[in-house]
Design a binder for this molecule. Structure first.
Ligand code: AMP
Length: 212
């Protein structure tokens, strides 16, 4: 199954993508993780992308689509994938349609106030990337429960940057929702619930095949 996980930043897409990936035995492809990984490796295009995501701006379509195509062609996505963070523009959605069949689009819906609060409280393990925040606090402050790694705040997790990201989302990314609605692939899920309940609703949408 090839699935897209959609929704504004900080709606728990990363967490839900991990749940789905385990449930359907498919790999998680996050373009945000892809960009951060490339920048950490000092990859030339990764560093170019960082100039945009570091400010909360979208990485230009040409670069994003080029890197996505390279990534999605890897063997590990042949059985299926859960895409998180892509497509973010109508152009990206159209390009994706040319290279992959999409079976389902899950749209996680959440209000701006919840999103801003979640952003400033989010922490990330610098070692294993596990996410902590309003719903999950580490047992020991600043230390990852899973691997003992140091917890850090993402450079783009500030109030100013999240407001910019939300503005961009409403302007550029929401039209993509209509694209998938027209294709009959969209399921809306309430993201203002505990992660377990959100996942329960996602499983129902996957299994019922019902869209709204
Ligand atoms: P994320 O981890 O999905 O929140 O992505 C982090 C940042 O990477 C975003 O704020 C964007 O700047 C950039 N990014 C990720 N995916 C895309 C995409 N599909 N198109 C353009 N920029 C992206």
């Amino acid at each position: 199954m090839n699935l897209i996980l959609f929704g504004p930043p900080m709606t728990g897409k990363g967490t839900q993508a991990e749940f789905i990936s385990e449930y359907l035995h498919i790999n998680h492809l996050s373009t945000g993780n892809m960009f951060r990984g490339l920048a950490e490796e000092n990859d030339k295009e990764g560093l170019m992308a960082k100039g945009y995501w570091g400010k909360g701006d979208l990485v230009p379509d040409s670069l994003t689509i080029k890197l996505l195509k390279k990534e999605i062609n890897k063997e590990k996505y042949k059985k299926g994938f859960v895409l998180d963070g892509f497509p973010r523009t109508l152009n990206q959605a159209k390009e994706l349609k040319k290279i992959a069949r999409i079976d389902k689009v899950i749209n996680i819906v959440s209000g701006d106030d919840t999103i801003i609060k979640r952003t400033v409280l989010r922490r990330l393990c610098s070692n294993c990337q596990k996410i902590y925040g309003t719903n999950l606090q580490p047992k020991k402050q600043g230390i990852c429960d899973k691997c003992g790694g140091k917890l850090i705040q993402r450079q783009d997790d500030t109030e100013e940057i999240i407001k910019n990201r939300l503005k961009i989302y409403r302007e550029q990314t929401e039209p993509v929702i209509n694209f998938y609605k027209k294709e009959g692939l969209l399921s809306n899920i309430n993201g203002e619930q505990l992660p377990e309940k959100v996942f329960k609703d996602i499983k129902k949408a996957i299994n019922d095949g019902k869209n709204n």
